[in-house]
Ligand binder design. Structure first.
Ligand code: AMP
Length: 420
């Protein structure tokens, strides 16, 4: 199946190509045509299945095909509700990326930051508003938001919104949206509470259920190593030189750090490339081709660049820097362990990254196993913040070290976990 067969307009197909997506995911194949027809959808899908594009692409197409009924300032015609600020930002970014050739405007509102910039963006007029329920209600009560022109209502991560106690806010918001509308409700699970809401808010919905295309986080062997910032590069180099991490995706926080890490690895004789938004399209394509080739390779990427990267068979994901928000952790590690392969994700954590590590552990509902640093490399100067966390498999600190192994050379190397 190709994106071209789903009924999407060229403006959207172009954006999809620029994102680097080659084939639609299961949920995209199932949801895009029915959303384009105007049907309501109850979608059971987790993060990592491509569900954002599954609802954003047809929504954008419907908006761009039916021009706003009222002249003058743009009215909010699509409202997307999501539980967290991080998710709202991500969904907003996706609408921006997929809608870049449509001329439609979107904005995001969420709590925890000043409201004035958000109010100004709203006053400029938007077609798509992505919001957390609490802040949206706040702004509605102050008279900054008019939902009376909403044609498409999207609720993402419905079960999580209910878990977070948003039900009353949601009811008050939905009451202000016209009853004559298209409604899309996505949820990772469909408990009876979600089913009841679907009965109330959706009209003859199409039920779509997909299993995650990326593995659930549980299938990936995840661990953390505590290391001072200054020693991260030595540690990474050591592991890359002494293990058989065939295709390793290293994440850094910034483009500058991606460049720096890639160049230091190269100096150490390791085939590494940086991959980020400042690289030209052709440089990115060359880099990807190298990465996909059978020879061992390392790609050092930023979150943004790695979004939507169409690469399989990543043997290891290394979080050289932890992501700024916990949800990106799930996106990052979902790059490994695809297609039933064993995935390994190792996170480097320095003292300033402890908080986000805790947030990751809360989000994934598991404690990461703690790796010991390789022999000969200094441990973090500040002791690990928690007792050696036990993973689901119960591992205490262990060593990745393959001291004495020759440099990276070809295929006959053990996996990092061999012998454990
Ligand atoms: P989501 O489930 O919406 O959070 O998407 C998970 C990740 O998959 C995001 O990084 C998307 O950019 C990416 N993605 C979405 N659709 C595709 C596709 N058809 N091919 C490759 N990557 C995709």
């Amino acid at each position: 199946m190709k994106f071209e067969e789903l009924g999407l307009a060229e403006t959207l197909l172009r954006a999809v190509r620029e994102e680097g997506y080659s084939t639609p995911t299961k949920i995209q194949i199932a949801a895009i045509p029915v959303i384009l027809e105007g049907r309501d959808v109850l979608g059971c899908a987790q993060t990592g299945t491509g569900k954002t594009a599954a609802f954003a692409l047809p929504t954008l197409q419907r908006l761009s095909r039916s021009p706003a009924k009222n002249g003058g300032r743009r009215k909010i015609r699509t409202l997307v509700l999501a539980p967290t600020r991080e998710l709202v930002i991500q969904i907003g970014d996706s609408f921006h990326a997929y809608g870049r050739f449509t001329g439609l405007r979107r904005t995001v509102v969420y709590g925890g930051v000043g409201q004035n910039p958000q109010v100004r963006a709203l006053q400029a007029g938007v077609d798509v508003l992505v919001a957390t329920p609490g802040r949206l209600l706040d702004l509605m009560q102050q008279g900054f938001i008019d939902l009376s022109h909403v044609e498409i209502l999207i609720l993402d991560e419905g079960d999580r919104m209910l878990d977070m106690g948003f039900i009353h806010d949601l009811r008050r918001i939905v009451a202000k949206v016209p009853a004559q509308r298209q409604t899309l409700l996505f949820s990772a699970t469909i408990p009876s509470t979600i089913r009841q809401l679907a009965d109330q808010w959706l009209t003859k919905p199409i039920d779509i259920q997909v299993n995650s295309v990326t593995p659930t986080v549980d299938k990936i062997r995840q661990s953390v190593v505590f290391v001072d910032q200054v020693n991260k590069i030595r540690m990474l180099t050591h592991w890359l030189q002494n293990t058989d991490w065939t295709r390793t995706l290293v994440f850094t926080r910034t483009k500058h750090r991606a460049d720096k890490v890639a160049s230091l690895l190269k100096k150490a004789g390791i085939e590494a490339d940086a991959f980020h938004a400042d690289k030209s399209q052709s440089a990115r394509q060359r880099t990807l081709a190298r990465f996909k080739s059978p020879a061992p390779a390392v790609l050092v990427a930023t979150d943004i660049a790695a979004r939507g990267l169409d690469i399989d068979m990543v043997s290891h994901v290394i979080n050289f820097d932890l992501p700024v928000d916990a949800e990106n952790y799930v996106h990052r590690i979902g790059r490994t362990g695809r297609a039933g392969a064993d995935g390994v994700a190792l996170s480097f954590c320095d003292v300033s990254e402890r908080e986000v590590l805790q947030a990751i552990q809360r989000l994934t509902k598991r404690a990461l196993a703690v790796e010991a640093p390789p022999k000969g490399l200094p441990a973090a100067t500040v002791a690990a913040p928690q007792p050696a966390a036990k993973s689901k498999t119960g591992s205490a600190p262990r060593s990745f070290s393959h001291a004495g192994k020759p440099k990276w050379q070809g295929k006959h190397r053990r996996t990092a976990y061999a012998g454990k």
